[in-house]
Design a protein. Structure first.
Length: 414
């Protein structure tokens, strides 16, 4: 008798709660608001205590000065009086004159003590204000320093360096929570990009294998001298289509890889890269009657030599292929300008409207054409150039030449 199959059991519930744990006393958490309140409240209290202490000392000094005797009696019999603080007092005065002089002298002494107290208090307040501003600036910089660290990491990530992490230490406040959340987001993004790269690599490998097999089979059939002419013509057409597909796969793979920041960098001279690109395109340029000229000055940058060579090769190839039928030229120059390495590729060619410049850098886009259908490439050359330039921290700019053609300028940091 057949046993009854047991129904599948439900998967176990996850034991990890993605929500942040709740503290038993949330108001005890050292948040930024509490820390700033305690910091600036304590600074105000200390400044107030210091100011009161200074005023107390100044007032005590003023009272001590005001308690000094205003006059000294030299002879009681003739009532001879001597005073340095009250010049109005003199011997032989009547009682009314003597009392008036004493009253004026006391008022003058009191006013002098108050003026002295006010001036010194203002100086003390000014000194404490300077100290408070300097101390507050230093403390605010220390409290907000994690924001600078987060900003620097965000800028590095903006350059496609997803391996950077903030890893902020310190109290469990809002800034640390923000940094941890940012790190978690970067971790997920890096896993997604890694999975994408792995998929692109596997897909390109799977696509390259049958294309290579097709190319081999076609070349074997074309090498048969007894094959009919129609079959040879068909084989050449299929071989060209297969070669185009291989270029498309390689271009997509390179475009996907060049979108990320270059981690391993080595010194690369743009002059050597440009010379190698010119050498590779020299035969095609000679067949089309295009003259390649220009001076390549040393311009050493830190980057990947293979990808930088792809920049120069794609630009020179496009400059040769999209040129005038007769009397065309391509100028390739490299130099250092304003502390940056610059590669400039200029060429004669058809007139390019200014509004078409941005479309040239989009994948599979060409001048006045949308998709493939041209024998000049697969439409990924300038897209790859822009991606590689961005991965190296640089950029590319294009502008139409007067009379036709383009001027491509690649700027890379030294």
């Amino acid at each position: 008798m057949a046993s009854t199959p047991t129904p599948p059991q439900a998967p176990p519930k996850p034991t990890w709660d993605p929500r942040s744990p709740q503290l038993p006393f949330p108001w005890l958490r050292p948040t930024i608001r509490i820390r700033l309140t305690l910091l600036y409240g304590g600074m105000f209290l200390i400044a107030g205590i210091m100011l009161l202490s200074i005023i107390y000392l100044l007032a005590a000094q003023a009272l001590h000065t005001g308690n000094q005797p205003l006059f000294k009696i030299i002879d009681v019999g003739d009532l001879k009086v001597s005073s340095t603080d009250c010049p109005g007092l003199a011997s032989g005065q009547t009682l009314g004159e003597f009392n008036d002089a004493i009253s004026q002298c006391m008022n003058h002494q009191r006013q002098a003590a108050l003026d002295n107290l006010l001036s010194r208090s203002l100086l003390a307040l000014l000194g404490l204000a300077v100290i408070a501003f300097a101390f507050g600036y230093a403390m605010a910089g220390r409290v907000l320093s994690p924001l600078g660290r987060i900003t620097r990491t965000a800028r590095a990530v903006a350059g496609s360096d997803l391996s950077r992490r903030i890893e902020l230490d310190g109290p469990d406040d809002e800034l640390k929570e923000l940094a941890d959340t940012f790190d978690d987001m970067l971790e997920r993004l890096q896993r997604a990009f890694t999975a994408q790269q792995r998929f692109v690599g596997n897909a390109s490998h799977e696509l390259r294998t049958p294309l290579a097999i097709n190319r081999t089979l076609l070349e074997v059939h074309l090498s048969d001298p007894g094959a009919p002419v129609e079959l040879q013509q068909l084989g050449k057409t299929l071989l060209a289509t297969n070669e185009r597909s291989e270029q498309l796969v390689e271009g997509l793979l390179l475009l996907a890889r060049s979108d990320n920041q270059i981690i391993e960098r080595k010194p690369v001279d743009l002059a050597e890269v440009a010379e190698q690109a010119v050498d590779q395109v020299h035969g095609e340029a000679a067949a089309k009657g295009v003259l390649i000229r220009g001076e390549q000055k040393p311009a050493v940058v830190q980057g990947n030599g293979v990808l930088l060579e792809r920049i120069a090769l794609n630009l020179v190839q496009n400059a040769v292929r999209y040129n005038v039928p007769e009397g065309g030229w391509v100028e390739v120059t490299t130099e250092i300008q304003h502390g940056q390495a610059v590669l400039v590729v200029s060429n004669t060619g058809p007139v390019v409207p200014a509004y078409e410049i941005d479309n040239l850098f989009e994948p599979f886009r060409r001048l006045r054409t949308e998709r493939t259908g041209s024998d000049k490439g697969v439409g990924l050359g300038l897209s790859i150039v822009r991606s590689v330039a961005r991965a190296h921290g640089g950029h590319i700019a294009a502008e139409p030449r007067e009379g036709g053609g383009l001027v491509m300028r690649v700027t890379l940091p030294v």
